[in-house]
Write a protein of this length. Structure first.
Length: 156
């Protein structure tokens, strides 16, 4: 199960965070980000960190990939496959790149609603429910058309 998904800038600023674990009331986000950045700097070229201390020092796996000025990070439990998680990170970035036509940090800042919608299309309750890029983009485009129709209808 995916416990959390984060998008951080290289300087450690949270651009997106979604937590799926039920005991997140004990989560200190700034401590979590500091811990992530320290572990990423220690990990050098590997993109998987085992025994990552998460909530209440429970050990999880941290899987991440760097894209330009951002880190896309998944914190997963011991049952989840690390290589499948890396592949899923690539799917997420391909979808974001297609939607934003060259994704960068400013897109995360200016479009959090789109980002949450896209992640919700792919992950539900910590489980990956969709990895087909075309289906995700089609659902997104359908939603944008629906929102546009509602805006035109209710603004008159």
């Amino acid at each position: 199960m995916i416990e959390s998904i984060l998008i951080l800038s290289k300087t450690g600023i949270i651009r997106f965070i979604k937590i799926f674990s039920s005991n997140d009331e004990n989560l200190n986000k700034s401590e979590l980000v500091n811990n992530i950045l320290i572990n990423i700097q220690k990990s050098e070229d590997t993109q998987i960190i085992y025994d990552f201390p998460y909530i209440n020092n429970e050990k999880r796996k941290l899987v991440y990939k760097s894209f330009g000025g951002i880190y896309l990070i998944l914190i997963i439990d011991e049952c989840e496959n690390e290589l499948a998680s890396l592949d899923f990170i690539n799917v997420i970035m391909k979808v974001l790149d297609e939607i934003f036509k060259g994704v960068c940090e400013i897109h995360m800042i200016m479009n959090p609603d789109k980002l949450y919608f896209l992640i919700d299309e792919m992950i539900c309750g910590g489980m990956v429910i969709e990895t087909n890029k075309e289906d995700i983009i089609k659902n997104y485009n359908d939603k944008m058309k629906f929102d546009d129709i509602n805006y035109k209808y209710f603004s008159n």
